[in-house]
Unconditional design. Structure first.
Length: 277
């Protein structure tokens, strides 16, 4: 028996139990209440087809907390989704060779804002371009602008800068200096835009040339916008897209679970911080 156990790489007691029939093959594990969670999970997965099990678990637990019910561990949600074949197919992509050692994430809100642009094409060939400002701590989209079949100008950037300051500070100047991180696009680097930013209490900062990863928070939002909204929405023309965009931004701010915020949405995180301040 010792030779068999050594060959198989198991203990002698394991071999003995197998030979005497004292062990039983473990069946699939189910937990009481899984059947009650499955319809909820199916509904969330249908409404948000790009969400993986962790984000679905976050949305599910938000519902359960609202109803005063116990939350479900994300591993439990994974198991339920796997049994019902609801898991997303894994995607394997090569990591880029470059790395960025600069710190973009801020330790609290209104220390650093990031800004970038996005672009997508509608079914009829019309192109929508936009720009936004996102807080580097709470990830809320504070302001945005979008146009059809045209480019984002310095005027658009200045407009969203002013809107962001008014939204966060209730006036036309930031109470404390805020870093404004963007790429080196002409709309951002124009003298008029930089001067206007300083008048608002913003400190313009720019990423290195050909280094989009240096503004990773903005890049991550653009990826989320295209994956979770643009690609799964009917976009026959630019008018439809522009009309939908505001709703997408609101849904992202109110509901999108963010891994950097412990799977809370940006506004959930802001509300929690305000409640504990």
């Amino acid at each position: 028996m010792s030779l068999v156990a050594s060959t198989l790489g198991v203990g002698r007691s394991t071999v003995y139990d197998r030979l005497t029939g004292r062990t039983r093959t473990r069946g699939s594990y189910t937990k009481a209440g899984d059947a009650d969670l499955l319809p909820r999970i199916r509904q969330i997965a249908a409404q948000r087809p790009t969400y993986g099990y962790r984000r679905i678990a976050a949305v599910l637990n938000r519902q359960l907390r609202t109803e005063g019910l116990a939350s479900a561990n994300h591993k439990r949600v994974y198991r339920i989704m796997a049994a019902d074949r609801l898991l997303l197919a894994r995607r394997y992509t090569e990591r880029p060779d470059y790395g960025h050692e600069g710190v973009v994430v801020a330790i609290r809100s209104n220390l650093r804002w990031c800004s970038d642009g996005f672009e997508f094409t509608c079914w009829n060939g019309e192109v929508v371009r936009g720009a936004f400002i996102i807080d580097a701590h709470d990830r809320e989209i504070i302001a945005f602008a979008a146009v059809a079949n045209a480019g984002i100008s310095g005027s658009h950037i200045r407009d969203i800068m002013l809107e962001a300051v008014e939204t966060r500070f209730g006036g036309i100047r930031a109470i404390t200096p805020v870093e404004m991180l963007s790429d080196n696009g002409s709309a951002y680097t124009a003298r008029e835009t930089r001067t206007f930013a300083r008048q608002l209490g913003l400190k313009p900062c720019f990423t290195p040339v050909r280094s989009p990863q240096s503004n990773g928070i903005s890049e991550a939002f653009v990826h989320t916008l295209k994956r979770d909204y643009v690609r799964v929405s009917p976009l026959p023309d630019a008018l439809t897209a522009l009309t939908s965009l505001a709703g997408w931004i609101e849904d992202y701010n109110d509901n999108h679970p963010h891994s950097g915020l412990k799977m809370r949405s940006p506004r959930e995180h802001r509300a929690l911080v305000s409640a504990t301040a």
